[in-house]
Design a protein around this ligand. Structure first.
Ligand SMILES: O=C(O)CCC(=O)C(=O)O
Ligand SMILES: [Fe+2]
Length: 320
């Protein structure tokens, strides 16, 4: 473990959450509370996702991006009504006023057939994936990884419930039939003469509940430390996810848990790959200020909203 990381973002050992000992579970909850109140970001180790599954997901991701542009454009996101598929370099502006991001990406969600009533009803980002042809194993690996990441994210949300001293099962409805997005990202090296403000991924907060980020060994992720007033590096730590609180959890907790700005500048000189998993949750669930998140004299900053409406509003803001 690098000194730098231990000096910046906390590392939380999640094994305690899976233990039968109440004190071990309470210790995880307390560590989460401290991390979410300060940084809104932490490393998670002993999370239970098999290293080989993650390695396969990275190998398939790299194989996808290594294809000729023509093959990638066959699954272009513009062909999907539900935000799935390939998004070329410089297609997203995550930081208002900055040049477009130096990354290309591929979006995967839960596979829902076109004749499903939820798709017919026009539920946000709900529908079939666009699967690339000619990449054997891609779909099976991504589906297995999606399911494993969903299960882990649900466990982290349950632990966040404990950290907020909510009754067990408080998030059951939010976790049932939840939406999530697996995003494969590829960053070319930062150019020697970038345009002013040009970077891999502009400063932004994530929209949904929580994000589980797996990154290769290039580094480049930076997290805004509001108390210190500076960017801190969040380098990869072997076997750890970087986990962060998204806007939805910020809203839910009246910003007691922070949805924190972060960005990527790939100065490694190498191609960088990362795989964030955005846990959105049950689109029909209504999010309103949680008990225990108002200090005396405080009132809720945000009116109640469904997860679906919140997501629509956030997407409208970055994609226009
Ligand atoms: O690539 C990374 O390390 C972070 C990506 C990210 O923050 C995002 O896609 O929301
Ligand atoms: Fe992000």
């Amino acid at each position: 473990m690098t000194n730098f990381a231990s000096a910046s973002l906390p590392v939380i050992d999640f094994a305690g959450w899976y233990s039968d000992r109440p004190d071990a579970r309470r210790a995880v909850a307390a560590a989460l509370r401290a991390a979410c109140e300060h940084h809104g970001f932490f490393y998670l180790r002993h999370h239970g996702i098999p290293a080989d599954l993650l390695a396969e997901a990275f190998a398939q991701s790299q194989a996808f991006f290594d294809q000729p542009m023509q093959a990638k454009l066959r699954v272009d996101k513009s062909r999907s009504p539900c935000n799935r598929g390939y998004e070329p370099l410089r297609a997203q502006v995550l930081e208002a006023g900055a040049p477009p991001d130096l990354k290309e990406s591929f979006y995967i969600g839960r596979e829902v057939p076109p004749d499903d009533p939820r798709v017919r009803a026009g539920r946000f980002n709900t529908g079939p994936n666009l699967w690339p042809e000619g990449l054997p194993g891609f779909r099976a690996v991504m589906t297995a990884y999606f399911d494993a990441a969903y299960a882990l994210a649900a466990d982290v949300v349950r632990a966040l419930g404990a950290s907020l001293e909510l009754p067990e099962g408080y998030f059951d409805d939010y976790l049932a039939d939840g939406a999530a997005t697996l995003r494969l990202l590829h960053y070319p090296p930062q150019p020697p003469n970038p345009a002013p403000g040009e970077k891999g991924c502009g400063a932004h907060t994530d929209f949904g509940g929580i994000t589980l980020l797996a990154q290769d060994d290039c580094g480049g992720l930076q997290v805004w430390d509001a108390r210190a007033g500076r960017w801190i590096d969040a380098p990869p730590l072997p076997g750890c996810y970087v986990v962060n609180i998204g806007d939805l959890f910020g809203r839910w907790t009246n910003d007691r848990y922070r949805s924190t700005l972060h960005r990527v500048i790939n100065t490694s000189g190498r191609e960088r790959h990362s795989i964030p998993f955005f846990f959105t949750g049950n689109l029909a669930h209504v999010v309103s200020c949680l008990p225990g998140c108002l200090k005396e004299g405080e009132s809720p900053k945000y009116p109640p909203v469904t997860v679906e409406q919140h997501q629509r509003d956030c997407y409208r803001r970055t994609y226009g």
